[in-house]
Design a protein around this ligand. Structure first.
Ligand code: 5AD
Ligand code: SF4
Length: 332
């Protein structure tokens, strides 16, 4: 790693504005060197709010009583049509671990999207599955898979999840995805309960070692009805500094400005871009299901987080000197 632990601890805690500015500048310089001054757009389609898991932090955990939905194939294809028209060339199908989304159904949806929109990439984010399942999804044409590691510290992982979930299985999934040729996304929440500076250092070491093609980080935001509903939200400032550090550790990474950051701070997305982020993922889900996909309280799905605002998002990114190409935006 190009930082020592004490460098990182200093960068995360300093109140010297010059040190922070230098960190942001270096992150942007590296991003621009690898990708140019470009931000890639992905259309996020939230395909199901059903989940068999009970992660302590998540508003969609199975024990939360709420209205649930899932999208069928035709509804998902409608989202893709609208998205393609708006200039999206990556569709991210994200959902809870919902048994309705069998390999057969997901493979059919993925291969249909790939044949209807041959210039588009399909990213899946459907949680932990078997190696055989991942292999089938890859063979059907899925290019990328997002599965946050959540924390690289096994003891911390056990405090965020019930005992039927395991850190080892999460790591197994990430290894399988990598070996099957997916571009893999990992990531974690900033300020999750029981997170410490040391667990964050482990996350950074994991990113340095595994070198995921994508890293999603955003602040923890409490979700009503969950065991962590009274825990404080994570810090926007710490999230932004971590984005910059991750860019410097791994200059090629595709790094989204997440909705969680946009939810906590009106300039969250711009601040993330100024820290070296280069991906935005506006919401392409049907309007009437957006409010139901409430992984945390007050999640934004309108304005700059909504795919219909693509033109506006482009204009706002242009205003801060960033180009928004209409292409798949693959890892390089
Ligand atoms: N606050 C912020 N992020 C959350 N996630 C789940 N619950 C929350 C929350 N309360 C993140 C997790 C998960 C991703 C889909 O959303 O990191 O992997
Ligand atoms: Fe399910 Fe994902 Fe929420 Fe965990 S974080 S409860 S796996 S939707």
């Amino acid at each position: 790693m190009n930082f020592s632990s004490s460098d990182i601890k200093h960068l995360l805690s300093t109140s010297d504005p010059q040190a922070v500015d230098a960190l942001m500048e270096e992150a942007c310089r590296l991003r621009d060197e690898v990708y140019g001054r470009r931000v890639f757009m992905r259309g996020l389609i939230e395909v199901s709010s059903h989940c068999r898991n009970n992660c302590f932090y998540c508003g969609l955990r199975r024990d939360v009583q709420c209205r649930r939905y899932r999208l069928g194939k035709e509804q998902i294809l409608d989202c893709c049509r609208i998205g393609h028209e708006l200039g999206f060339r990556t569709f991210v199908l994200q959902g809870g671990e919902d048994a309705w989304f069998t390999d057969e159904r997901v493979c059919d949806i993925v291969s249909t999207i790939r044949s209807m929109f041959p210039d588009c990439a399909v990213t899946l984010s459907l949680g932990e599955r078997s190696r055989e399942s991942y292999a089938a999804l890859r063979a059907a044409g899925a290019d990328r898979y997002l599965l946050r590691h959540e924390t690289a510290d096994a003891a911390h992982y056990a405090r965020l999840h019930p005992s039927e979930m395991s850190f080892d299985n999460r790591m197994r999934c990430l290894q399988d995805l990598r070996q099957l040729g997916f571009q893999v996304g990992a990531g974690f929440m900033v300020g999750s309960p029981y997170q410490t500076l040391d667990t964050i250092l482990e996350d950074l070491e994991f990113i340095d070692r595994f070198r995921p093609e994508m890293v999603g980080i955003g602040p923890f935001i409490p979700a009503s009805g969950t065991p962590f509903e009274n825990h404080p939200a994570g810090s926007v400032e710490l999230t932004v500094r971590l984005l910059a550090i991750i860019r410097i550790i791994h200059p090629h990474v595709l790094l989204p400005a997440t909705s969680a950051l946009g939810t906590l701070h009106p300039q969250g997305r711009e601040r993330a871009i100024a820290a070296g982020a280069n991906v935005v993922m506006p919401n392409l889900s049907p309007q009437d299901t957006r409010a139901l996909y409430s992984i945390y309280n007050n999640k934004l799905a309108t304005g700059s987080e909504a795919a219909e605002s693509a033109a506006d998002i482009r204009a706002r990114l242009k205003a801060i000197g960033m180009d928004v190409p209409t292409d798949r935006g693959d890892y390089r």
